[in-house]
Each structure stands twice: as structure tokens, then as C-alpha cells.
Design a protein around this ligand. Sequence first.
Ligand code: FPP
Length: 277
Amino acid sequence: MYSSGNLRIHDLTAEERAIYATLKPKQMPAHVAIIMDGNGRWAGHRLLKRFQGHQQGADSVQLVTETASRIGLPWLTLYAFSLENNLKRPRSEVNFLMRLLKTYLESNLQRMMDNNVRMKYIGRIHELPPEVQDKMRWAEETTARNTGTTLTLALNYGGRSELVDAFRGLAAEVKSGRLSPDCITEDDINRHLYTAHMPDPDLLIRTSGEMRLSNYLLWQVAYTEIFVTERLWPDFRGIHLLEAIADFQRRERRYGGLGEASGTVDEEAERAKIVAV
Ligand code: FPP
């Protein structure tokens, strides 16, 4: 159940409100992560340049964030720029994405404040251009005291490199004698992830139909429900976030157990079945 102080349902569109009304308040996800894919295809279908797809994608970022803040979603984490994008895309596209991020932050900061959104980042941020880092820090500091949705942008992010960074941190603790290798737990690994301050995602949405994780939050999505839509990111809106949450609420999360549908397990009967095989 979300904190009622952060709900602004009256600000949803009529269509969004209709879907929101069908949701179960006690089963809302605390953390939604999104792989925003399909900007290039969106542009290609319209005979536009790829950068125009990214520009339209930035508008989707803002609109989806605002819907998330109206429904009081505590954590929204968007894959905006992967380490692989940085290494493998043409420099001209990478430079454009960096400029877009900077202008996005400048032109949307007031809207973040109006929507009580707190901004954070995960990834190897220190490798981004210094002027982009300055703008990011400015947006993070300006929104730091907001209490609504935390919007985390994954930038120059890779799940494996996050694990490498975490293991380096753990190794340093072991070397200094503060931690014994035999005593390392999952919590210790969590403590060293970029996401240490947030819960694991309940729901991962991927746009534009691809069925892969693309090196996103590899450790954190162990029990996350995955929702893939054919819709391309520049066409994704708040209403589609609500549809994904409705689908999520129809799932049964079992975390490796047997779940509600199987009822109480009759252990004797189960053992007899195993022996009979
Ligand atoms: C995937 O589309 C998207 C990206 C590589 C970057 C995501 C960027 C944005 C949504 C816009 C900027 C974001 C912010 C926060 C300002 P793609 O180019 O891989 O699409 P394709 O697979 O159709 O080619």
C-alpha cells in the first residue's frame, strides 16, 4: 500500500484513472524498472533520424515519471544509457545522448519539483563528460529533499560491471580485515551494489518486444516479474505503465516456494508420490 500523502490520483487522465481504479492497493509494486528500447525503430518507421527517436523517448521519460509520481510509486529506475551503448554506438550518437540528457535535466527540473520527484543515478557516472556530471549533480541536489517517487537513471550502467565494482568493494573489506571471506552473505553483496539503498524491482518492463535483460540489474531481478510489450519506448505513456502494473497484479509470485494455489502441502502424500516414481 502506498503512502496516501504521495497519491495524486486526481492528476491522472480519465483513461489512467479507469485502469488505476481496477488495481489492488495492497499489491502495488514498490519498485518498477524499465528497459526503454525502440527509439531508433520508432524514428525509422517515420523516416526520421535516430536522434529524433531519442528526443521523443525523453518526452516519454517525463510523462511516465509523472504518472508514477501521481500513483505514489516509490522507486522508478530507467535504463537510459548502458556501458555498451557508450562503447559501441557511433560517437555522434553518444554525444547526442549526452547533450539530450543535459537539456532534459535543465528543462524538466521544475516539473520534477512540482511532482515531488527525487533524482538519483546508478552506473559508472564518473566516466561521463564533466559538464554532464555537473548537471546531474545539480538535479540530484535540487531534488534531494523531495519525498515522492525516486527516479533513478541508469547511465553508463552495466549489470556485470556493477558486480565487478561490488566485488572490488568486498575484496577491499576482506583485505582490510573487516570481513572474513567465509562470512560473506547476500546482504554483503547487496551493500556494495549501486542500488544498496533501494528494494529489488518487483516489476521489470521492456519495450519494443525483445526478450532479454541486456545486462540490466542482473543481481536485483532474481525474483522480478518481467513484462515485455511490443510498444516502442517513444509511444509508451503512463497508461501503459498502469496496464503493466495490472498485469503484474495477476501474477502469482512464489520466490521458489509453492504459492497459494497449491494450498497447504500434505508432506506425507508428497513423499509417497516421490517414492512411487
Ligand atoms: C534504446 O533505443 C534507447 C536508448 C539507447 C537510450 C534511451 C534514451 C532515451 C529514452 C532518451 C533519453 C533519456 C533521458 C533520460 C534524457 P535504441 O536506440 O536502442 O532503439 P532501437 O533498438 O530501435 O534502435
